[in-house]
Design a protein around this ligand. Structure first.
Ligand code: FE2
Length: 94
């Protein structure tokens, strides 16, 4: 696990706690995708590899679910995500 829920959770507003929970959940899902894809790359068993990659795909769906919730709770994040997308388009021409 790459991130931890804040230690002093009682000092944080409900809105902030929800955003932090969603960010931690996103980190956990991203971490899971890496783990399953790395294990899929390691195994010599085709059935295990297929199932691991299928699960990695499901984790990507979970990322979409948590991101959707986070963007509902954090309008600044939504705006900055759009800004980042535009910057990449400008830099790469894609
Ligand atoms: Fe998941």
């Amino acid at each position: 696990m790459l991130s931890k829920i804040p230690l002093n959770i009682e000092k944080i507003s409900l809105e902030t706690v929800d955003r932090e929970i969603l960010r931690v959940a996103l980190i956990a899902e991203l971490d899971a995708v890496n783990l399953y894809e790395q294990m899929a790359a390691l195994t010599k068993d085709e059935k295990i590899r297929r199932v691991l990659l299928d699960i990695a795909g499901e984790e990507k769906t979970h990322i979409g679910e948590f991101q959707t919730l986070l963007l509902m709770k954090d309008k600044e994040q939504e705006k900055e995500l759009d800004k980042g997308r535009e910057e990449v388009k400008k830099l790469t021409g894609v």
